[in-house]
Design a protein. Structure first.
Length: 249
């Protein structure tokens, strides 16, 4: 069944919002004080984000479940003719995917804040509050941080393409495990955004929400989790093309 651009927008918006709500939610549970999961550790965050992807892929299945601009750009670079059934790879359709993903990221982050509103109010550390919304490096070195995001996103998009195109063909559980693996192995330096919408959308939410004692949104670093994943996704798409791996709608 062919999918309209309106359906694509709703699907990607809802899927990305679910991804961010559950993903930022697990970070809030670990990072903010007085929660049941406080100090649960980085591996808990890895699994939480993996399961967030699992849910997001299911929700966004009608649009091919990109829920990540890096995946969208990777399919484009791989020479895909369609993003989903009847959705040709064009400038207009690409813009629909990107806008829906960004708006979904913002809305998902807003609902995370609502769910943990009292804990945000009680948390004294502004860095912990920002960390719920967006990624930040363990050691700030923009060039190396950028490279880490390129590598992590390359792995994500390349494996997705190797397994047959858009994430719904790979299977939600397989994508979830892949994200857990990337986080556990490559997530230490930067917190592994590997998704521009996952970082930029919540960072915008952090900037506009009335969060008590929130501090700055660290816009100086924001380009890294945007540019790094896009470059990694595009390289993965081209690399898959060289290996004759097609992007399937």
């Amino acid at each position: 069944m062919e999918v309209s651009l309106g359906t694509v927008f709703i699907s990607e918006f809802a899927g990305t919002a679910m991804l961010v709500l559950l993903g930022c939610g697990v970070v809030a549970n670990v990072a903010l004080g007085k929660t049941k999961g406080n100090s649960g550790g980085f591996l808990m965050v890895n699994w939480g984000w993996g399961l967030a992807v699992f849910a997001g892929v299911y929700v966004a299945v009608q649009s091919g479940a990109h829920i990540n601009p890096a995946v969208t750009f990777g399919i484009w670079a791989n020479g895909g003719e369609e993003y989903a059934a009847g959705v040709a790879v064009t400038f207009a359709s690409t813009l629909v995917y990107l806008c829906a993903q960004l708006l979904g990221g913002i809305v998902g982050a807003v609902f995370t804040w609502l769910a943990y509103k009292q804990h945000f109010d009680e948390e004294p550390d502004a860095a912990n509050k920002l960390g719920v919304f967006s990624t930040g490096p363990a050691i700030r070195s923009y060039g190396w941080n950028f490279l880490t995001e390129v590598i992590g996103t390359f792995v994500l998009v390349f494996v997705i393409l190797v397994f047959g195109g858009t994430p719904d063909k790979l299977g939600p559980l397989a994508v979830a495990l892949l994200v857990v693996g990337i986080g556990a192995s490559l997530g230490g330096p930067t917190g592994y955004a590997i998704n521009p919408a996952r970082d930029l959308g919540p960072r915008i939410a952090h900037a506009i929400l009335p969060i008590r004692g929130k501090g700055p949104s660290d816009w100086a670093y924001a380009w890294v989790p945007i540019a790094g994943p896009i470059v990694g996704g595009v390289i993965a798409g081209f690399a898959a093309t060289l290996m004759a791996i097609p992007a399937a709608a």
